[in-house]
Structure formats: C-alpha cells, structure tokens
Design a binder for this molecule. Structure first.
Ligand code: HMG
Ligand code: NDP
Length: 419
C-alpha cells in the first residue's frame, strides 16, 4: 500500500529520495529531470513576469509522514530555511498515532470589493444595492461563462456602510465561487464590470474594484490529536499549553507563533505556484480580526492528549495563476496528488498545524536551537567554504562545540584541511 511513512528518508541521497517520490507519485523521467536539472525554463519565465533576466531557485524538500483524512501525502516544500521540512515531517509522524490530520473547508467563495463614495444617503444606497442583487449577480456572471458552467460564479452580494476620514462610504461585496482557481482575476473582472451598474443604482462614485485577501468565506481547518505518550508525556502537553497561552495573550509572541505556522504553509504555497502574498495577507488579517490571535488553538482532552486545531483563509488554486504555467508547480501538484483547490487548502491547513506543533514542542522542551541549529550548521559550513565531505565534518564539530558561527566554521575548515 502507498505510504508517506518513509523512515530515514532524510538519510538518502538526493537521487534516492527523488526515486522514492517518483514511485509514490508516478513521476516520469522527464518530470524527474525537470526537478533535478532543468528547473523553470527561461522562455517560460520570460512570459510570466516583466523584464526577466533569469530565474531564482529555492531548495525543494519533501515532508514525509502526512496522513490527512485517511489519505497519504508527500508534501513538497520550497523554502530557504533549515529545519522546517524536518519539523513538519516530525509532527506528522507523531500525529499518525491518533489517525493523522482531519480537515474541513468552508467552500471556494472569494470577496470582490467595490468602493462607492460621495453618497448623500449611504444607508439608502445600501438598500438599493441589495434590492438590485439579482441584476448585479447577472451582470457579474456574464463576465465568466466558463466558471458559471462549472457551477461557480457570483452567488451573492453584501453591502456595508463604513466610516472613513472622508465620511461614510458604501462597500459592496460580490461573493464569488471561484471553484478550483485562486480567483483574483475572475473576481476583479466581475468587480470592474458591475461598477457602472452600481454607480447607476446608488448615484455614487466608484473608485476601487478589487478582490479582498481577507477570504473569510474560504476557510480551511485542520485538527489532530497528539497522543501524550508519543509526544513526550504530560510535561510536554503542559509546556505546549503554556506556549499557546503566551501567544494568545501577547502579540509579540503571537507574531512569531503565526510566522511558524506560515513557515510550512508558504513553502507549499510557493511549491504549487500559488500566490504566497495573498495567503500570508489573508492569514494575518484573519488572525487580527478580533485583536491579533494565534491561528492555532490547543486543548487537553479527557485522556490527557493534546488536541490541536487551526482555522485560516486559504485562497489557493490548482488552475490559473502560475499553477499550470510553471512546470515545477505542476509536478509539485502531481506529487501532492491533489485534484481540487479544496483538497489543496485542506492539506495546507494540516501542514500549518503540523509546523506549529513541532515548533511549540521544541520550544517548550529542549528549545529551538538544538534541532534548528544542527540543520542550520550546514549552511554555515557551506558559507565558510566547505565542500563535499568537509561539510559533514565541519557540522559535526560546530554542533559538538555548540558554536554554530561563521568564524569558528572557517577555523574548523582550516584545521580539517591541514590534516
Ligand atoms: C529538527 C527536529 C525535527 C529534530 O528532531 P529529532 O527529535 O532530533 O528527530 P528524530 O531524529 O527523532 O526524527 C524524528 C523525525 O523527524 C524528521 N527528521 C529528523 N531529522 C530530520 C532531518 N535532518 N531531515 C528531515 N527530517 C528529519 C523525520 O521525519 C524523523 O522521523 P522518520 O520519518 O525518519 O522516522 C525537531 O527538533 C523539531 O521538530 N524542531 C522544530 C524545528 C522548527 O520548528 N523549525 C522551524 C524553524 S524555526 C522558526 O522559524 C519558527 C519558530 C520556532 O520561531 C516558530 C515559533 O516560535 O513558534
Ligand atoms: N489581491 C490579490 O491577491 C491579487 C492577485 N492576483 C493574481 O491573480 C492570479 C490568480 O487569479 P485566478 O483568477 O485564479 O487565475 P486565472 O484567471 O489564471 O484562472 C481562473 C480562470 O480559469 C478558468 N477555469 C477553468 N477551469 C476552472 C475551474 N475548474 N475552476 C476555476 N476556474 C477555472 C476560469 O474561467 P475562464 O477560462 O473563462 O477565464 C477562471 O476565471 C494570481 O496570479 C494572483 O497572483 C491579481 C490581482 C490581485
């Protein structure tokens, strides 16, 4: 049976790891070659953004051990930071004892905002917008017949009067089911198309017509039960609860707590060619909606096990944007084996929870430096000029001495070379 539980995966060579992933995801020789050698071709890069002079690479790692809603996943992560991939794999391994991760999703609804200004009677304008809802929806849906045929499109209209430095404004929201796309282009097109109609209905002046990244109707959720005996006993449970309480009460800690969550989520968002700024903006805005709070929550159940949950907006797609343009993103989606934006969003929530749990467990016990610095030591050794087998030798000495510093790495390297 296909499993993501591959003990010691990290001890294999790059090629051996790739072979295992290729077996898991049925990758072709060509796809393996693209990951190992070819990367993002210049001619494609040149069509993706402006003024291209080359491409910029990141390491692509695979987090193992993920069991999500009963399905095995290998998780591709594009990230520059050491220990993130190891931590995600570590947490996912521990979660397996109680069945892995369980997820939920609120649907593919994105919000398009239309800003209506210069209104004498904004509440009356709000009433008129809502009274003309069907006409607005119809106009929006004329813009994207393909999306509508797929069962998506504009589904509802909301209107809010807000107070600004220029007095009251009416903000109209188009609620659009964007199906398997992230949805910004589809939503922006609709928002621009309905703006003249909304001006006619309200008598106001429309300025902005743009998607909102605070995607409160596109929430992904995950839950995992971490068995107290697997994670190190009652003291570890207590330590993680204390860490959670700290983040809940203090925005300085909470920013770091949520950054740790995004370590995992952004790495997968990047690997799948999605817009990581959109997901980051949504996550932090959602965290701040009632005062800045952790995106994860922890509780202790009647067995004394730790129950972790996460909830955050997840505007990602498996179609559109760069997901199908960048050949590496296409391969990463194939490795993940996700078939819809919904499934990708659910996986991302599980990754965020895993990442946070691993970090809190390390922080509340031995501290982050042992695990993180061991892996960071490799970067320091390479920066000092170590190559090939020298890297492992330098790392071993730096970690043993607990001096993961560039100056010491250079000294150690010199000593090794003299021998
Ligand atoms: C680093 C570990 C995993 C070591 O943990 P360990 O206990 O030494 O690991 P282990 O040797 O017992 O192995 C357990 C599993 O971890 C994985 N693992 C173990 N080593 C590797 C490796 N080299 N490469 C890849 N995977 C590795 C691997 O899955 C392995 O099991 P297996 O599947 O092989 O049976 C642990 O200390 C850990 O989870 N630390 C947390 C590190 C972390 O969170 N880093 C994020 C960067 S720091 C940051 O930016 C965020 C932060 C911390 O500020 C957020 C916050 O404050 O909340
Ligand atoms: N604030 C923000 O976050 C902003 C983000 N962006 C960028 O917008 C891009 C994402 O926009 P997005 O609209 O997702 O991308 P695309 O416009 O590339 O793709 C979406 C389109 O694909 C077509 N489509 C085909 N099959 C499906 C399906 N199963 N589900 C959904 N759509 C389908 C649809 O219609 P059709 O074929 O008719 O086109 C749909 O409109 C990203 O690059 C993002 O960076 C842009 C502006 C602002």
């Amino acid at each position: 049976m296909k499993t993501s539980r591959i003990p010691g995966f990290y001890k294999l060579s790059v090629k051996e790891r790739l072979r295992k992933v290729a077996e898991f995801a049925n990758l072709s020789e060509e796809e393996m070659n693209a990951l190992l050698e070819k990367g993002l071709p210049n001619d494609i890069a040149d069509r993706m953004i402006e003024n291209v002079i080359g491409t910029f690479e990141l390491p692509l790692g695979i987090a193992t051990n993920f069991l999500i809603d009963g399905k095995e996943y290998l998780i591709p992560m594009a990230i520059e930071e050491p220990s993130v991939v190891a931590a995600a794999s570590n947490a996912a391994k521990m979660a397996r004892a109680k069945g892995g991760f369980f997820t939920d999703y609120s649907g593919n609804i994105m919000i398009g905002q239309i800003q209506v200004t210069k209104l004498k009677d904004p509440n009356s304008a709000k009433f008129e917008v809502l009274r003309h809802k069907e006409e607005i929806i119809e106009k929006a849906n004329e813009q994207d017949p393909i999306l509508v045929n797929l069962g998506g499109g504009c589904k509802d209209v909301e209107a809010r009067v807000i107070n600004t430095r220029f007095g009251e404004m009416l903000i109209v929201h188009l609620l659009v089911d964007v199906k398997d796309a992230m949805g910004a282009n589809a939503v922006n097109t609709m928002a621009e198309a309905v703006a003249p109609l909304i001006e006619r209905i309200t008598g106001g002046k429309v300025y902005l017509r743009i998607i909102s990244n605070l995607a409160v109707y596109r929430l992904a959720r995950a839950k995992a039960i971490f068995d107290k005996n697997v994670i190190g006993g009652e003291e570890v449970v207590e330590g993680i609860m204390q860490a959670y309480a700290f983040a809940e009460a203090d925005p300085f800690r909470c920013a770091t707590h949520n950054k740790g969550i995004m370590n995992g989520i952004s790495a997968v968002v990047i690997a799948t060619g999605n817009d990581f700024r959109a997901v980051e903006a949504g996550a932090h805005a959602y965290a701040a909606i009632h005062g800045y709070k952790p995106l994860t929550r922890y509780e202790v159940n009647e067995d004394g096990d730790l129950v972790g949950t996460i909830e955050l907006p997840m505007a990602v797609g498996v179609i559109g944007g760069a997901t199908k343009v960048n050949p590496l993103a296409k391969i990463c989606l194939k490795i993940l084996g996700v078939n819809s934006a919904e499934e990708l969003a659910r996986v991302l929530a599980a990754v965020g929870l895993a990442q946070n749990f691993a970090a809190l467990r390390a922080l509340a016990t031995e501290g982050i430096q042992r695990g993180h610095m061991e892996l960071h030591a490799r970067n320091v050794a390479i920066m000092a000029g170590a190559v090939g087998e020298e890297i492992d030798k330098v790392v071993e000495i730096l970690v043993r001495e607990r001096k993961v510093r560039l100056d010491r790495a250079k000294e150690v390297l010199e000593e090794i070379r003299k021998k």
